[in-house]
Design a protein around this ligand. Structure first.
Ligand SMILES: [Zn+2]
Length: 149
């Protein structure tokens, strides 16, 4: 179970779940990061889709450990539009989940110049509504180092 923090309304766009993504965002609001796993071929995917992209079967939900590794990232230093301008500089990264899929998200709670490819990160949730939260990432706290263990 990951930490869920109520988001401060800052004007950033918030997700509007549809019938496919609603279970995902609802799990996020409970502090669980879900991905989809295909019951036929075992393929794991993110973002939520109605069908397995490998074989077309209907995917099932799987709870992740909420841990991953920075696969790649960029530091956003210029942005003329609010509310993003007020957040500069910030990091947007592709996180490789321990379960495999890549997921895009902000990396916070660290100086932007300290973020590195290969860095271990943990998810936390910013709740933007009753059944909606958005995954964010921060350096792993405690002893959860080492991928997939
Ligand atoms: Zn499949």
């Amino acid at each position: 179970m990951s930490e869920v923090i109520d988001a401060v309304e800052d004007g950033r766009p918030v997700p509007v779940p549809d019938h496919v993504s609603a279970p995902y965002f609802s799990a996020c609001a409970r502090g669980e990061l879900w991905i989809q796993r295909c019951p036929d071929c075992g393929y794991r995917q993110h973002y939520p889709r109605p069908l397995c992209v490998e074989c077309g079967a209907e995917p099932e939900w799987e709870t992740t450990r909420g841990l991953g590794t920075v696969h790649t990232f960029t530091v956003v230093r210029q942005m003329g539009v609010e509310p993003f301008r007020s957040r500069l500089p910030y990091v947007v990264a592709m996180i490789e989940l321990d379960e495999g899929p890549l997921m895009m998200g902000d990396v916070t709670d660290i100086d932007v110049d300290e973020v590195r490819i290969g860095q271990r990160v943990e998810v936390y949730m910013l709740r933007t509504g009753k059944d909606v939260a958005v995954p964010h990432w921060r350096p792993v706290r405690g002893d959860a180092r080492g991928g997939g263990a």
